[in-house]
Design a protein. Structure first.
Length: 145
């Protein structure tokens, strides 16, 4: 192997791994943003103590979480993202590793997240695409070793 071939191989590996990593990060951040919007929307629509928070919910989240980048404005964006694209959940959840799925399915949700499925579109692009349905995503079984 000569020096030029060595540098070319290192560049190719670096570029491929960097692209793969960027793609994984983009999927994870998109899933995170969607899930935060989902959780906020679910809380606002069904939360027992939502009246106590009122319009201050997002500001209170920012204060309580105290994490860089998690601001009232971002929470508003996350909520809007979920509300505009509720069907993305079933795709995003399937793209996440099992250990992440285990961390997002909480006992409060009875071990499941209900998401709207993406309507199937026929190959003829007819206007009669199937109606949205509910998809139930359950916590995967963990094998005992």
């Amino acid at each position: 192997m000569n020096f030029n071939l060595l540098t070319q191989q290192i560049k190719e590996v670096q570029d491929a791994i960097q692209a793969s990593t960027a793609h994984a990060i983009n999927i994870s951040l998109t899933a995170r943003n969607w899930l935060f919007g989902y959780y906020i929307t679910e809380f606002e629509q069904r939360g027992d103590d939502r009246a106590a928070y009122g319009e201050k919910l997002l500001a209170n989240l920012e204060i309580k979480l105290n994490r860089k980048g998690l601001t009232e404005r971002r929470f508003r964006e996350f909520r809007r993202f979920y509300q505009v694209y509720p069907q993305l959940g079933s795709v995003l959840i399937k793209a996440l590793p099992n250990e992440v799925i285990h961390s997002i399915i909480t006992p409060e949700l009875d071990g499941q997240i209900r998401l709207k499925a993406i309507p199937e579109i026929s190959e003829t692009n007819s206007a009669h695409a199937s109606a949205e349905s509910s998809v139930e995503i359950r916590r995967p079984e963990i094998a005992e070793f």
